[in-house]
Ligand binder design. Structure first.
Ligand SMILES: Cc1cc2nc3c(=O)[nH]c(=O)nc-3n(C[C@H](O)[C@H](O)[C@H](O)COP(=O)(O)O)c2cc1C
Length: 252
């Protein structure tokens, strides 16, 4: 456990940690963190999420391989599969002899937002006690295999992984976009303003890499994103699995 830090200090100190020591996380601490996650706001108290902790070594290795074999998953003390989950709500329908349409987009949005909030809340709780975290969107690289490995029932979708562990690396927090690019007042900013802010960020990132002796072939955020966003179609199975699980099945 680390010294006491304010919530704002914890938030501003965030980095994604990709190297962990081999020290385990005590089960009661893991319970405390997941319980803290459940304190996040949740749409109409639906709690449309499930968190599956994976600590058993062979199981974790199997999941890591499904998530691009990332070293931080292998090294993590606990790997959490954060799942968007309407299954428990479907059980409520069955218990009370009602029917709901879980296939409409709104149901999927509710579950995805709820799950993201619980995951981020667990992350902040973990960082507040000195743990490091790394979220793993690569959990959606082979979503069908992840579903099978975790035996997910209908209406449950593996949204993102979350690595937890004791950090074996320290870094300066990554620079973010200038706040004006995020915080608009009263109405959305013009593209001219946004382009200027993005270019300013490109300059800051280039200076940041230079200052830290890092020389990526492309330091400009806009250029990296211009490439990166072209990769969305690689995860076509995301929509396919969601529909197979009974979520987002309609074109409403
Ligand atoms: C939903 C989500 C999925 C992510 N997936 C991965 C991942 O698969 N592998 C990885 O190394 N980092 C992953 N990240 C971490 C981001 O790359 C990281 O948050 C971003 O580059 C900003 O860096 P920072 O967290 O150190 O500030 C993910 C982050 C989020 C929010």
């Amino acid at each position: 456990m680390s010294e006491h830090r304010s919530t704002l200090d914890v938030i501003h100190g965030h980095i994604s940690v990709r190297k962990f020591t081999d020290e385990p996380i005590a089960d009661d601490l893991l319970q405390t963190l997941i319980e803290a996650g459940t304190r996040a706001s949740t749409s109409s108290n639906m709690q449309a999420y499930t968190v599956i902790s994976i600590t058993e070594p062979d199981h974790k290795t199997h999941l890591a391989k499904l998530c691009a074999d990332q070293q931080q998953i292998h090294q993590s003390a606990a790997f959490l599969a954060c799942c968007a989950d309407m299954h428990k709500l479907k059980l409520c329908n069955d218990m009370h002899d009602t029917e709901s349409d879980f296939g409409i987009t709104e149901a999927a949005v509710v579950a995805i937002v709820d799950t993201a909030l619980v995951m981020q809340t667990i992350a902040i709780a973990a960082e507040s006690v000195g743990l490091g975290i790394c979220m793993i969107g690569a959990m959606r690289n082979h979503p069908h295999d992840v579903r099978d490995a975790l035996q997910l029932p209908d209406h449950v979708f593996p949204l993102s992984g979350l690595c937890l562990g004791w950090p074996a690396e320290k870094r300066e927090p990554k620079l973010r976009l200038p706040l004006d690019a995020i915080w608009h007042r009263e109405r959305y900013r013009s593209d001219d303003e946004l382009r200027e802010l993005i270019q300013a960020y490109d300059g800051l990132m280039s200076a940041y890499f230079e200052e830290h002796g890092m020389h990526p072939t492309e330091p400009r955020w806009s250029a990296i994103m211009a490439q990166r966003t072209g990769g969305f179609p690689k995860r076509r199975n995301v929509g396919k699995l969601m529909r197979e699980q009974g979520l987002n099945t309609q074109s409403d």
